[in-house]
Design a protein around this ligand. Structure first.
Ligand code: X2X
Length: 338
């Protein structure tokens, strides 16, 4: 599959019109119309794989399922879509474990700053006991469940319009947009920044109108959402790995006969694995691409940032909140944290 990052985001320019991508042809004879919403541009690997997946689900179910993908916050922002999937108005939704933390606090544990040294640790933990622990909490405490294979967002980097971030002191007082999550607030307060909670749907315009001066996201999002148009500097901090749990509404899923549940499950997990590869490949090529588009890119020493979090008691506080047992599961994969 080729990833065409230069393609104009047609659905974004279609404004409020909700148009599903992929597979909607099957709708006429479908017994089950399943709606999946997300917050990312059509050109992001998440939506390219989701469109492909939707077509497969529709075909393998022989048209019994019409799986519809609504990208780019067409159905509302993350907060809206979370409440829609909880009520069943939406059947599926991909969400960062940290934003899910507004509903299931335990889910935030995979976002601990500088925890996973590399992707081999990430997937070992998320496909292993840490992911299983989180999925159990989601299942036990909400109307939602998460499919086994978490999708990738990536390692997050900081962009700003004003100056590069070389050391934690550079974040002092900086008006930085963060996603709506208690964990993110706590992390950027530990850096003594001035974090503002804003849904991704409003990030581009908030940067453009300078409501905030900075934001943080993985390179694949910076590029596909064209944040380079409204940000000058990109500082490679790798301060946190982030993913997207593929969430389903339990009641909606239970309405499907077993054979259709199996088709959806197999395809969601398989598409997730492919999407992980896409994001990793993109990360390798995007630094050059963003530089070419005029972004000024600098690397940083992670140890300086980690030390700042340590002295702010960030690790100790969250260890206490998540509890000894969950923290031990995390450290089983990451080694001792702080
Ligand atoms: O809101 C964000 O920054 C994003 C797109 O990375 C998430 O969904 C967490």
């Amino acid at each position: 599959m080729t990833l065409n990052l230069t393609r104009r985001n047609l659905l974004a320019s279609a404004g409020a019109l909700a148009l599903p991508i992929g597979g909607a042809f099957a709708q006429a004879k479908a017994e089950f119309t399943l709606k999946y919403g997300n917050n990312l541009p059509v050109s992001h690997p998440m939506n390219m794989r989701a469109a492909e997946m939707a077509t497969k689900i529709n075909a393998e179910s022989k048209g019994r399922i019409a799986f519809e993908v609504y990208p780019n916050n067409q159905l509302g922002n993350d907060t809206d879509m979370l409440s829609q999937v909880r009520s069943g108005a939406l059947d599926y939704f991909t969400l960062s474990p940290l934003i899910l933390g507004t509903l299931v606090p335990a889910a935030q544990i995979s976002g601990v700053g500088f925890a996973f040294k590399d992707y081999s640790q990430v997937w070992a933990a998320m496909d292993g006991e840490l992911g299983a622990h989180v999925r159990k909490q989601i299942d036990a405490s909400s109307s939602l469940f998460a499919f086994e294979k978490i999708w990738d967002n990536g390692y997050r980097q900081i962009t700003t319009g004003t100056k590069p971030i070389n050391q934690p002191e550079d974040l002092k007082g900086m008006k930085i947009r963060i996603p709506p999550s208690p964990f993110w607030v706590s992390m950027f307060k530990a850096f003594e920044a001035s974090p503002a909670t804003i849904n991704f749907a409003e990030v581009y315009s908030s940067l453009q109108t300078k409501v905030v001066d900075a934001q943080e996201n993985p390179l694949a999002i910076i590029a596909t959402a064209k944040l380079n148009e409204v940000q000058k500097y990109c500082s490679i901090t790798n301060h946190m790995w982030d993913g997207f749990w593929f969430l389903g509404n339990k009641k909606s899923f239970e309405r499907l006969p077993a054979d259709l549940r199996a088709i959806v499950t197999a395809n969601v997990n398989a598409a997730g694995l492919k999407q992980r590869d896409d994001v990793r490949q993109l990360n390798d090529s995007l630094l050059g691409e963003l530089k070419g588009k005029g972004m000024l890119i600098n690397t940083t020493d992670a140890e300086l940032f980690r030390a700042k979090l340590r002295t702010a008691n960030f690790y100790a506080d969250w260890h206490k909140k998540f509890g000894d047992e969950a923290w031990a599961v995390l450290q089983k994969y990451t080694g001792k944290l702080a």
